[in-house]
Design a protein around this ligand. Structure first.
Ligand SMILES: Cc1ncc(C[n+]2csc(CCOP(=O)(O)OP(=O)(O)O)c2C)c(N)n1
Length: 254
């Protein structure tokens, strides 16, 4: 069979979402950000919201997200994405607005912005990438770093007496009246990716239905920060992160 026969449209089982451009990503091998970007692009396309979506880029490894997804983006200062998204959504009610935040961004420097936006029930989606570390700046301890997990700033592991306990920020957000949907997902297997996509779709639909704030946490890896290969990182995440940050819906107000 000729190659040209194999690549006929009817044989195509997968295509890159049109919203993702051809810029080479700067992410490390095995990083979860690329897959999460792709899922967001797919959901926006499936909903036909290409012209009506506003993303708020974070400070952190995903600071250049605007280079990869052809939607309108606004760059926020570290941790301030939910405040910026609040203004964007209130002024543009027909737009679909989301923030994209790491654990340092969302659960350390931006704790106040995140909690208050969620408590106000802003009609936005918060995409939360929890890799248990400050990836961009070299792997320092984050609020979500697990007990005994070594990082650049706690090389002997997180000592809860000294550093406090890892923060289950999504569970806190689920307690707030303003949140309608809080879920914890991952993208380490094909099945997990499919499930995560459904969660993202629900979150985005909630935001357009005016139901309040939706939070989609992605329990993620950081091979470079964790000093592991991508495959080791996935196994380590399954064995260590999932027991502490169990996957599944935490809150779902229908
Ligand atoms: C106001 C401010 N404080 C600190 C920094 C330095 N800084 C840049 S990225 C980052 C950590 C980001 O970690 P996280 O939000 O977990 O995202 P990741 O890089 O892991 O995806 C920090 C502290 C900054 N850019 N601005």
């Amino acid at each position: 069979m000729e190659l040209i026969d194999i690549i006929k449209p009817e044989n195509l089982v997968y295509d890159k979402p049109a919203l993702m451009n051809d810029n080479p990503m700067h992410y490390c091998p095995g990083c979860s950000h690329g897959v999460i970007h792709k899922l967001i692009a797919e959901v926006i396309e499936d909903m036909g919201m290409e012209e009506k979506t506003l993303g708020v880029s974070p400070v952190g490894c995903a600071v250049f997200a605007y280079n990869y997804l052809n939607i309108d983006w606004v760059e926020a200062a570290h941790g301030r994405a939910p405040a910026v998204a609040t203004a964007l959504k209130r002024l543009n009610k027909d737009k679909m607005v989301f923030t994209y935040q790491g654990d340092g961004d969302l659960a350390a420097i931006g704790t106040a912005e995140t909690i208050h936006a969620a408590n106000r029930g802003e009609n936005i989606v918060i995409v939360f990438v929890n890799n248990a570390i400050y990836g961009m700046t070299g792997g320092q301890m984050a609020p979500t770093t697990l007990e005994n997990m070594p990082t650049a700033t706690c090389p002997y592991g997180r000592d809860t007496e000294l550093h406090g306990h890892p923060l289950k920020i999504s569970n806190i957000l689920a307690l707030l009246e303003g949140t309608c949907y809080v879920t914890r997902q991952s993208v380490q297997t094909a099945a997990a990716v499919r499930k995560a996509k459904k969660s993202l779709r629900k979150a985005f639909e909630n935001s357009m239905a005016g139901k309040g704030t939706s939070v989609v946490e992605f329990v993620s890896t950081c091979s470079s920060g964790w000093k592991m290969t991508p495959a080791q990182s996935n196994t380590w995440m399954e064995q260590n992160m999932f027991p502490f940050y169990p996957l599944g819906d935490i809150k779902n107000v229908e």
